[in-house]
Every structure is written in structure tokens, then in C-alpha cells.
Design a protein around this ligand. Structure first.
Ligand SMILES: [Zn+2]
Length: 257
């Protein structure tokens, strides 16, 4: 059962499960102010993110010292500097040798960019749009939110019926962890990250209008079989439309305007 698609909204889930679990389960996403149900502590999700990142770094060739690798580090550093509420994060921006135009972010500030992304991110500002978006996922704790939804689904009636054994909880967390790093985000999380990313890139000195160009490039390479990054994300036309709606909000933070 997918709770997020059911008749229970996040708000009522927050109330019910928050009370039952006797934890502060509700937080608020940055920029959008959306209420979120999060049952995983920042420490737990950071630990999972760091572990998953370590595994990816062992399995995928890393590119260092090239112009592109330096750009990834430079843009990543510029954006992570303007982000608020990232205390305790050790930001890392790694370029991986992989021709798929893709990027990803893990809890705790671990970000990866594939070399293939440069086929669509053709300027530094377009790369900033990607990294702003990925950092948006991190700051809005989208992975933890997804894990929490899975946990809430699994806990279901057992939580309402009886006190949850802590061992059971640990099992659920580790099970959800696997899903947490391998499943795509949902569309509302993607849109939220777009909006947050626009503001982050603008604050870091990059023209947020570059995000529109980036998504137009993505759409152009899409063809009949869109690249993975695209297929797990909203339709490019919808996405560009929504980005345009949020541009004025972001441009207010852009000093080069
Ligand atoms: Zn995304």
C-alpha cells in the first residue's frame, strides 16, 4: 500500500505516527515550507549516505584533476557555502567516469556527477543548476523522507496495535536503507528540489535562468528513450514550465541580474 497515494496526507500521517512513536517525526522542508514525515534521524541517514557513497566510489572510476572535475568541485563548494542548516555535513563532490548523463545526492552532503552529464550541462551555470538541484534533495532530506514512507507503510497496523520492539525498528531501518539510496525520488520531491536549487544557485552567484537551458538540453538528447536521469524525473516540458514560474523568486537572490 502506498500511503502517499492513499487518502492519508503527510499531515495526518505526521500526527498519527508521530504520536504513536512518541518521536518528533515532523519537519519542514526548506523554501517550500512543506511539512514532512521523517522517522530517521539526521545521524542515521548521514551514516547511510556516507556508506553508500563509499561503495559507489569503490565500484566506479573517479575522475580527478581535469577541467571538468575541478568545475564540479568549484561549483559544489560555491553552492554548499550558501546553504543554511548543513552543520555537521562533510560535503563531497565527485566526478565519476560514466557516460550516462546523470547526477545523484546522498544524505550528509555526498554528491556525484557523471562525466556524461557534460553532454547536457554545457556551461558552469548549467552545472550549478544540476548541483543546486542535488543539494536541494540533500537539504530537504528527501532520502530520509522516502525511507520514512517505506517504514510507515511496513509498520502499518503493528504500530497502532502494539508497542514496537526496538529490534524490529532496527530491522526496518536497515531494510529501508537499501531502498533509500536505490529508488528514485517522487515527482513532488523533484519539483521541490528544482525550486530550492534555483535559489541556491542564485545565492552562489549563478544565473538561475541557466536551469531552463539545462532542461531544454536534457529534452533535446532525450529522443525516444530518455536517459535515466530524465526518466525518473518529471517531464521536461512540465519541469521547464514550473522552473519558469519559480524564476522570479530565485532572481531576487541573483546579484548579477
Ligand atoms: Zn532529482
Amino acid at each position: 500500500m502506498m500511503l502517499r497515494n492513499g487518502r492519508f496526507g503527510t499531515y495526518s500521517l505526521c500526527g498519527a505516527l508521530g504520536l504513536v512513536l512518541l518521536v518528533t517525526a515532523c519537519t519542514t522542508a526548506p523554501v517550500s515550507g512543506r511539512r514532512q514525515l521523517i522517522l530517521v534521524s539526521p545521524e542515521q541517514s548521514t551514516a547511510l549516505g556516507v556508506e553508500a557513497y563509499q561503495q559507489i566510489k569503490q565500484q566506479t572510476p573517479i575522475v580527478r584533476g581535469t577541467q571538468e572535475a575541478r568545475m564540479v568541485e568549484r561549483v559544489g563548494a560555491a553552492i554548499s557555502k550558501v546553504v543554511e542548516g548543513a552543520e555537521g555535513f562533510e560535503w563531497e563532490f565527485t566526478l565519476f567516469r560514466d557516460e550516462t548523463p546523470n547526477a545523484f545526492a546522498l544524505p550528509g552532503g555526498k554528491v556525484g556527477v557523471n562525466t556524461g552529464l557534460f553532454d547536457v550541462a554545457k556551461t558552469e551555470a548549467q552545472l550549478a543548476a544540476v548541483l543546486g538541484h542535488e543539494i536541494g534533495h540533500v537539504m530537504a532530506r528527501h532520502s530520509a523522507e522516502r525511507m520514512s514512507r517505506d517504514m510507515a507503510t511496513q509498520l502499518g497496523l503493528s504500530v497502532l496495535g502494539a508497542a514496537t520492539q526496538s529490534q524490529e525498528m532496527v530491522g526496518l531501518v536497515s531494510n529501508a536503507a537499501t531502498l533509500g539510496v536505490s529508488l528514485p525520488f517522487n515527482r513532488s520531491q523533484e519539483s521541490e528540489s528544482d525550486r530550492i536549487g534555483l535559489i541556491y544557485m542564485a545565492k552562489a552567484g549563478y544565473d538561475p535562468r541557466a536551469a531552463v537551458d539545462l532542461w531544454a538540453n536534457f529534452a533535446a538528447v532525450g529522443g525516444e528513450r530518455p536517459p535515466k536521469f530524465l526518466s525518473t524525473h518529471p517531464l521536461p516540458e512540465d519541469r521547464i514550465e514550473r522552473i519558469k514560474q519559480h524564476l522570479p523568486e530565485a532572481l531576487a537572490f541573483y546579484k548579477g541580474n
